[in-house]
Design a protein around this ligand. Structure first.
Ligand code: ZN
Length: 475
């Protein structure tokens, strides 16, 4: 892992501007991710970054190329699918600008050598689609998957295509993996490439007591599927295709082959479906899996670390082919199109909409400036409080227009009620028409101070950081 360094002086700005979430569920996946960061900053706990109201996770902050990246720390105790779903759901309450979610880790390969799908241990599969293959119906004859595949974002797939061409040239994926493995070899030799990669015919069933699958068999053994020999410098390859996702481990070669043939699945795993559903409509997500076994009874953990590393290296390479999303592309709950629609009165011609939208955009920009200023003051105050009572200035510091007591109360209210986010709320439909960070669910409370319209009926003011502050000031 790169040595720790402070990211920037304005940690709050970093937090608000971070666009990439890197999700993993196993510790070995997490360690692999840390090892490919260009800069490593530390955890949210170490850096004193508070979580959003709905977020109970801890994250590691770092940089890859032009991207600010947060990686979740896996708990190691919760079932992976539930953990990935909850993190994908909660992360934007702490990092509101997240717009790309990478799910990076291990997967089980589904090779069909005769059909040209020569997926091998240590290879990486990038999801063009995710198929919840256990969502379907049982008939008298068989089980039929009826779920529609969920497509990955086009611009991320385009980046993956660019990556494929790059790997065909001078720089192979294996070169990158070798460099990453070498950089951590002295600390973590377990991430070296294992030697044994044998694909058994589906008719050769594993036997716990006497199976030979951990031994090196002759290349021409009848138990083995015959494959072409890969060039020494091109052992690790990237594939783009369908990833099958279900809340269960697949260790059955016959079922693997059936699903692979029916749905063209290249790789199986357990979290992608949950993440795609959790992020739908808010952020763009894609799954990157290092193949650690062949989904059959012979599967073991020997390739886990190396496959976690190949997935992490490939995810980094993909990110380096993706431009950081611009502000207009951010997956905020209230995008420009949504704003436009929501500003249109039913039945209106829309002739005056540009002025209304323009005014709201100006308000949003103005509110952003005011809010940034207020939050910067708040952050300084929080750091000072954490530094201890002696370090706190006698005045306690003040928010603009407030005395020391009012400032202290306002800061406490902000931190307690909204952790610095502006909430809309579905029971107050008008609140959804204003720029917001999150949609809350606390009765009908809205805004940064969680005002209730019964007592604070000016919705526009409730949804503005500056105007909300003045609601609590004496006239
Ligand atoms: Zn076996």
């Amino acid at each position: 892992m790169p040595s720790l360094r402070q990211p920037v002086a304005d940690m709050l700005a970093w937090q608000m501007d971070c666009r990439v979430a890197w999700l993993c569920v196993l510790e070995k996946e997490y360690f692999a991710a840390l090892n490919v960061l260009d800069e490593a900053y530390g955890t949210t706990t170490e850096l004193g970054i508070g979580n959003g109201l709905q977020d109970r996770n801890t994250y590691f902050l770092g940089r890859i190329g032009k991207h600010k990246v947060v990686i979740n720390l896996p708990s190691g105790t919760v079932k992976g699918q539930l953990e990935a779903h909850s993190i994908a759901t909660q992360i934007r309450s702490t990092f509101p600008s997240i717009s790309i979610v990478l799910l990076v880790g291990l997967g089980s390969g589904a090779p069909r050598v005769n059909a040209g799908n020569d997926v091998r241990l240590g290879d990486v599969v990038i999801s063009s689609e995710v198929l919840m293959y256990k969502s379907g119906k049982h008939t008298d004859q068989t089980f039929q998957t009826t779920a529609a595949p969920i497509e990955s974002p086009r611009h991320l797939l385009a980046a993956a295509t660019g990556l494929e061409f790059k790997f065909m040239g001078k720089d192979s994926l294996q070169d990158l993996v070798d460099a990453a493995a070498a950089s951590i070899a002295c600390r973590q030799p377990a991430y070296a490439r294992p030697k044994l990669d044998q694909l058994f015919k589906s008719s050769f069933i594993h036997d716990d007591d006497k199976c030979v699958c951990r031994e090196k068999l002759p290349d021409a053994s009848p138990e083995l599927v015959q494959r072409k020999i890969r060039e020494p410098g091109n052992l690790v390859q990237m594939h783009k295709g369908v990833v099958g996702s279900a809340d269960q481990v697949l260790k059955n070669a016959t079922e693997r082959d059936r699903l692979a043939e029916n749905s063209n699945i290249l790789c199986f795993e357990m979290e992608a479906g949950a993440v795609m559903h959790a992020t739908k409509g808010f952020t763009e997500s894609i799954t990157i899996r290092g193949v650690s076994d062949y989904s059959d009874g012979h599967k073991n953990d020997e390739w886990h670390n190396y496959a976690a590393l190949t997935a992490a290296v490939c995810a980094k390479a993909l990110l380096n082919h993706v431009q950081p999303p611009s502000i207009s592309q951010l997956g905020r709950p209230l995008g420009d199109d949504t704003l436009n629609r929501s500003c249109r009165a039913p039945g209106s011609s829309g002739r005056e909409e540009p002025r209304v939208v323009g005014a709201r955009r100006r308000e949003r920009r103005g509110q952003g400036v005011a809010r940034r200023a207020e939050l910067a003051v708040h952050l300084r105050q929080r750091r000072q409080r954490r530094a201890g009572p002696k370090a706190q200035p006698p005045s306690g510091g003040q928010l603009p227009g407030l005395d020391a007591t009012q400032s202290r109360n306002a800061q406490a209210a902000i931190g307690e009620e909204s952790t610095l986010h502006i909430y809309a709320n579905n029971p107050v439909p008008a609140s959804l028409n204003y720029p917001h960070d999150l949609v809350g669910g606390d009765q009908d409370s809205i805004g940064m101070f969680q005002q209730r319209p019964e007592w604070y009926p000016d919705i526009a003011a409730d949804m503005s950081a500056s105007d909300s502050t003045h609601q609590f000031l004496p006239p």
